[in-house]
Design a protein around this ligand. Sequence first.
Ligand code: NAD
Length: 255
Amino acid sequence: MTTMSALFDLSGKVAIVTGSRTGLGQGMALALAQAGARIVGVDRGAASETAELIGAAGGQFHPIVADLSATAALGDIVEQTVKTCGAVDILVNNAGIIRRADALEFTEADWDEVLNVNLKSAFFLAQACARSMIETGRGGKIVNIASMLSYQGGVRVASYTSAKSGVMGLTRLLCCEWAARGINVNAIAPGYMATNNTQALREDADRNAQILGRIPAGRWGRPSDLAGAVVFLASAAADYIHGVTLPVDGGWLAR
Ligand code: NAD
């Protein structure tokens, strides 16, 4: 009989986590390592703090420095992962950026930069991982990071809302194409979380009060709040869950 803890056990699994140097990616990389996975952390900067945290928890962390604003490195990331760790079982497409400006003033550069990292690279890295997962016959789990702006419009974030709405649609499309190939594609939609991504909002006293006042849980989320959701969606416990975007938002969407 499978024990409940075995359902969530990621021992022997290899997880690529993008954007794992800080914030939510760091929190999810640590959680997956605590569940037993070896972590390949992809970031444009050195992820020394994440390496230390995972090392201290008794896990294994293999850093890859790569810029996800272009697709050139994506094939290499999967190749290096397979070479170093033997396979890729889990992909967490987390790296993301945001640019803020009124839609009337929004520049093409702010559009392209965000779409390239948040949507284009996420798709082509998923494609490269899925090819490997299918080739080895091991299947796998892909977890994309969506947003409240996959559901809502927001203001002053035209490229971010477009990319994150795209991430939710892409999650459904990939589910339809890959579920029968043994790959679960799902997403997590974090609510308002205290990271670099939201620093400007938290420093604006009015916006901070508006946002906090609408979160039923009454506080900003923390990277550790995503631990359970990411381990669940990356584990055998989620084997029949496909195409879902799971909000982890302190109740924001229910309001
Ligand atoms: P963050 O800025 O702390 O982390 C982003 C990470 O992505 C960093 O480690 C950064 O170095 C990496 N990164 C950015 N551009 C990259 C590139 N071109 N190549 C490689 N790595 C790159 O922000 P965060 O809040 O932890 O964001 C993580 C994800 O969660 C993003 O996709 C973000 O849109 C999403 N998200 C955040 C919130 C929130 O409230 N913080 C809410 C919903 C969704």
